[in-house]
Design a protein around this ligand. Structure first.
Ligand code: IVH
Length: 710
């Protein structure tokens, strides 16, 4: 057994390394999960054989009551900051003078420029190649030991080949939340009516403090390593250390560059000022390090920071403008968001008229008064935010902004739960923006996917009294819709345009409504807009309860036992089904023919592994419904690709496939097969039809068989 545990550990760690560092899948997710499950079961049975670098630690499972304080072996210093090119030229001069004083002779100093990643710094200690400890910066002298949380970060190796690094060494880097993950988490939070997180940095920092490591694992943090420490450093230069770290499998950002002199440093800074927007991680500057270790040692440290490195910080574009008033937006879930109405001002390419103030606490923190001049900044998000008040321009008569007590839309008394920062309007059924928000949510792409009802049409139908609840969508008829029209003004551009229900529009809407009756249950459930039930939550509930009747009957306990469904969500589901109006709504929707149970097609059962390890993409139109075909890929153990790339094994070409896709697939020599050939692969030939293209493209399935792919 010990042997099998070791073998699984080694294999899974290798697959992880290849996947996260080299972006290559050696096994399918399915195979990987099966092996991981086997290992987990073996480790439970034979805990004595569990390996210290076991990949089961990646999914978490430990609970840390509190994090022990650990003293850093090498103090974690911070860096001096500069904001100007002049400061950097001065830094270069200081470095040169320092080296001359230390009797070095040189022509130019080589620097290494790296991006300054905006996350939380971490120190990782390796002994005999094994990751033994991960410690936060803390106050620089001592920090929190968060090893179990660190181990959930899949790009951080738990074991490395230390032959070039030494038996005891430390690396430092930045743990961060990739921008995409942050957006996904916030989207999910918005969907279920939770307040959005402020920025990726704070979210990463908060995540590392979570006590349950399985929760940390779900947040998909990542890391970049930029520093190596040991008692006897076996390198001459920082760049050699970084190259070695990269080679043995540490996540090193490939954005660093050796610069021969300060002019090249300035070029690096200019280049990344714009380009950094395209990186997956937030950056707030550039770190410039003297490359040679003997120079670093000669320059030494001040009490706070090294003399051989400096951080250049990019200026966030910020500008002051006058506050005209504060308005309050009411969201779908009744959440109130205060918005600063500003004297229009030009900032980073656009005119800004409004900026988010987040919540009442934020207004209080800013100490915002009427007519104040406020600083407005554009962060990662599109909506600018108010970052501060220009106190030098505050007038004598100051009236602080009083937060509203009643809903600006329906005048209901607002409520604010103890643990929440946001105020809510509790009038969920009568408050117009909440009703419209629910209608908008229902037609959303991720729910019923009825785009043709977007762009102000819901607003118009609401005003005409045709829509009050989501079942009203299915009472719409040609006669009711045709001829309705309205002028709407775009808030951003100020331009007005007419929306109207002409013949084609009405036809499209009615067709979309008809088609929505095929939308699978999990999306319908998400579309109902039950508070806290997001896309993932809806999927989990459907997988577990299969139909709405089971779900409606479920107890709080049964609901809380579903994986990934928290107590708050469970309570919200129970409350939803206690409400008679909601029961009537569901009854009506059932009668209109919407899906309220999981159909077999949507159930993903891996019944066979004929397509194991193969990735497919469908393009064009098919005889069978495309979603059905895609489900078949998954059922037979295959994977679905999203674009034409070299990672695809098969492109299933339907009628009218786009010419650019075709060209790209031919260029990349991807196997192209017909629908019929695809069905043959899974042994389903009886459904085929003579209308299918008989002349399959050159690299067809038959060639693939001959080529020994199967
Ligand atoms: S080097 C002794 N390199 O910035 C110098 N730091 O103010 C050690 N940071 O605490 C730091 N990216 O959290 C270094 N490429 C990079 C960095 C970086 C981000 C952070 C780090 C550090 C702070 C320095």
């Amino acid at each position: 057994m010990e042997q099998r545990i070791k073998e699984l550990t080694e294999k899974l760690n290798y697959y992880n390394l290849m996947y996260y560092q080299k972006h290559t899948s050696i096994v399918t997710d399915f195979e990987f999960d099966k092996m991981l499950e086997e290992l987990q079961n073996l480790e439970i049975k034979y805990p004595q054989f569990k390996q210290p670098d076991s990949p089961t630690q990646r999914v978490g499972g430990t609970i840390s009551k509190d994090f022990p304080t650990v003293k850093h072996k090498y103090q974690m210093l911070s860096l001096g900051n500069t904001y100007s090119e002049e400061d950097l030229i001065d830094f270069d001069k200081r470095v040169k003078k320092g080296l001359i004083d230390a009797d070095f002779s040189f022509a130019d100093i080589e620097y290494v420029c790296e991006l300054k990643f905006d996350g939380v710094s971490i120190s990782l200690i390796y002994e005999n190649g094994l990751l033994v400890r991960g410690v936060t910066r803390g106050d620089g002298v001592q920090g929190d030991e968060v090893t179990n949380n660190v181990k959930t970060i899949k790009t951080i190796p738990m074991r490395v080949d230390d032959s070039q690094l030494g038996t005891a060494f430390e690396v430092r880097g930045e743990i961060f939340m990739p921008k995409k993950v942050f957006e996904e988490i916030n989207q999910e939070r918005e969907d279920i009516g939770l307040e959005k997180y402020a920025n990726p940095r704070n979210t990463a920092s908060g995540t590392m403090k979570l006590q349950e490591s399985s929760e940390v694992a779900k947040r998909k943090l990542d890391a970049f390593i930029y520093f190596y420490y040991a008692d006897n450093i076996p390198f001459k230069m920082h760049s050699e250390a970084v190259e070695t770290l990269e080679k043995v499998g540490f996540p090193v950002s490939n954005t660093y560059k050796k610069c021969k002199n300060v002019e090249e440093v300035l070029k690096f800074i200019q280049y990344w000022d714009k380009e950094r927007e395209n990186l997956p991680v937030e950056t707030d500057g550039v770190v410039i390090k003297v490359n040679r270790y003997d120079y670093q040692n000669a320059l030494g440290f001040t009490s706070k920071s090294p003399r051989w490195a400096i951080a250049y910080k990019y200026k966030a574009e910020s500008i002051a403008t006058q506050l005209k008033s504060v308005s309050y937006q009411v969201g779908r879930t009744g959440a109130i968001t205060p918005v600063a109405e500003l004297t229009p001002i030009f900032l980073a390419g656009t005119t800004v008229k409004r900026a988010s103030l987040h919540n009442a606490n934020e207004i209080e923190r800013l100490g915002l008064c009427e007519n104040d001049y406020v600083f407005v900044e554009k962060g990662g998000e599109i909506i600018p935010k108010v970052t501060g008040v220009d106190m030098t321009r505050r007038g004598l008569n100051t009236n602080t902004i009083q937060y509203i007590t009643h809903c600006p839309e329906c005048n209901t008394l607002l409520v604010r739960k103890e643990s929440e920062a946001q105020h809510f309007c509790p009038n969920t059924k009568g408050c117009p923006p909440q009703i419209k928000g629910k209608l908008e949510h229902f037609i959303h792409r991720k729910a019923m996917n009825m785009d043709s009802l977007g762009e102000g049409k819901i607003e118009l139908l609401f005003e005409k009294g045709l829509l009050r609840n989501i079942d009203d969508f299915y009472t719409l008829t040609y006669q009711k819709l045709f001829g309705l029209e309205k002028i709407i003004v775009d808030e951003q551009t100020g331009k007005s345009k007419k929306i109207g229900f002409k013949e084609k529009t009405v036809e499209n809407i009615l067709a979309a409504l008809q088609k929505s009756k095929e939308v699978p249950f999990e999306k319908v459930l998400f579309g109902l807009g039950i508070r806290f039930v997001g896309e993932t939550g809806a999927r989990k509930l459907v997988e577990h309860f299969e139909n709405i009747d089971n779900l409606a009957k479920a107890t709080l306990e049964q609901l809380s036992n579903v994986r990934d469904v928290g107590e708050r969500t469970a309570q919200s589901v129970v409350d939803f089904f206690k409400d008679d109006e909601n029961l009537t709504l569901i009854e009506n929707l059932k009668n209109y023919g919407l899906q309220f149970s999981q159909t077999n097609e949507n159930k993903i059962i891996v019944s066979d592994d004929k397509l194991l390890g193969k990735t497919f993409l469908f393009s064009g139109t098919f005889l069978q419904n495309r979603e059905q075909l895609q489900n078949k890929v998954v059922t037979f153990g295959g994977k679905l690709g999203t674009t034409v790339s070299k990672n695809l094994d098969f492109l299933v070409a339907g009628e009218n496939m786009g010419p650019s896709k075709l060209e790209k697939a031919q260029k990349l020599k991807i196997n192209m097969i017909t629908e019929k050939e695809f069905l043959k692969m899974i042994g389903e030939t009886e459904n085929t039809n003579q209308n299918l293209k008989e002349n399959s493209p050159k690299n067809s399935f038959n060639n693939a068989i001959q080529g020994g792919l199967f």
